[in-house]
Design a protein around this ligand. Structure first.
Ligand code: F0G
Length: 346
């Protein structure tokens, strides 16, 4: 068996077949599709978790970043920039390091999970905190990209969406067909747009016979697509999706309309309940935003007996503060077997 060589090596035929010398990869993709037994039982459906938190920088962003960075480098770019709630910045910084490009990331000051910040600085990006939310950071990156020689690697860059289609390809390859429902958290709406395009590409090629219904979930305090208007001050504990004006709103609407799906919201309490349930009953530690895709199913219900894939977009280790804030504190006891027996009641 040959080793996995990343998305452009495996799915290159859908991505313009780049020359191997043009590929910038950290061997992203090929993440597991895990059968969720406890969740399946609770929901009366066959639920699978696409754990994209197991990508090289711990989120699905690496799927788009390998393509965006490979193409940017091939076009002769020297520098890249993004606005980010954290994961895009971590991924951009890592792939820029691999490509030998300079990277600047703009993040909303005070609203980025600690692990993501640590990643961006460790990979050597220039990290700039802006006094404002994600939407402002994206606007700034965009404006700079228009006047300066720097490539914007947010999902407004179509190369990112191209790469993220591979999430849908893998789901179909792993399930041997499309699920009935694809459940996904929605922030800037690039990923739901990319998944829909991926399913459509596979259907057009005759690889799958039907596409899933696309179910998107936003945090209640940052739910512009549910409300039908921009949210000027988005607010949620799921900082990854704390976004009030999604750049790919049209793509999300198209995915939901064409698939006869839905976009709904879940509260922070519902997100945290799903987040903890996944850790305690499925052994999967994702980040809060990712758990929105599961919270949506638990809160709004699912058709009995259906096959559902939830995309768990990011790794729980990125946000230890939220995990610790809702968990019991570690116990402190005397270092003796007696004290251990008393504590564990055995
Ligand atoms: N889940 C996680 C863990 C994310 O980091 C994001 C987006 C989403 C879901 C939503 O995906 O924006 O394509 O709808 N994070 C971006 C970032 C905004 O900057 O890292 P989307």
């Amino acid at each position: 068996m040959s080793a996995w060589g990343g998305l452009l090596a495996s799915y290159g035929q859908w991505l313009g077949n780049p020359a191997p010398s043009d590929i910038v990869t950290l061997n992203e993709g090929n993440t597991p599709l895990i059968k969720a037994s406890a969740l399946s039982e609770r929901l009366g459906a066959a639920v699978y978790l696409k754990f994209d938190g197991l990508n090289p920088t711990g989120s699905f962003k690496d799927r788009g970043m390998t393509v965006a960075m490979s193409r940017a480098k091939a076009r002769g770019a020297q520098a890249v920039i993004c606005g980010s709630t954290g994961n895009t910045s971590a991924s951009a910084a890592a792939y820029a390091a691999k490509a030998g490009l300079t990277c600047a990331v703009l993040v909303p000051g005070g609203y980025v999970a600690m692990g993501k910040l640590a990643q961006a600085v460790m990979y050597g990006a220039t990290v700039i905190q802006i006094d404002g939310n994600f939407d402002l950071t994206l606007n700034l990156a965009r404006q700079l990209g228009e006047v300066a020689p720097i490539t914007v690697v947010n999902s407004i860059n179509p190369d990112r969406i191209d790469g993220q289609m591979t999430g849908a390809f893998e789901v179909c390859d792993q399930l041997d067909g499309a699920p009935d429902i694809l459940s996904i958290p929605v922030g800037n709406a690039g990923n739901i747009t990319a998944y829909w395009r991926g399913f459509t590409t596979y259907q057009d090629a005759g690889i799958i016979s039907r596409r899933p219904a696309m179910w998107g979930f936003q945090a209640a305090g940052a739910a512009p697509l549910v409300l039908g208007h921009v949210v000027t001050e988005p607010d949620t504990i799921a900082t990854a999706i704390r976004i009030g004006n999604p750049a790919s709103a049209d793509g999300a609407r198209r995915a939901v309309n064409e698939s006869e799906g839905q976009i709904r919201s879940v509260t922070d309490a519902e997100i945290l309940e799903a987040y903890q349930f996944l850790a305690r009953h499925e052994g999967i530690f994702c980040e809060p935003a990712s758990a929105a895709s599961v919270a949506g199913l638990l809160v709004h219900g699912v058709p009995e007996g259906s096959t559902i894939v939830c995309v768990l977009t990011g790794n729980g280790l990125k946000d230890p503060d939220t995990a610790l804030s809702i968990s019991p504190r570690p116990l402190s006891i005397d270092a003796s077997v007696d004290a251990l027996r008393a504590t564990l009641n055995i």
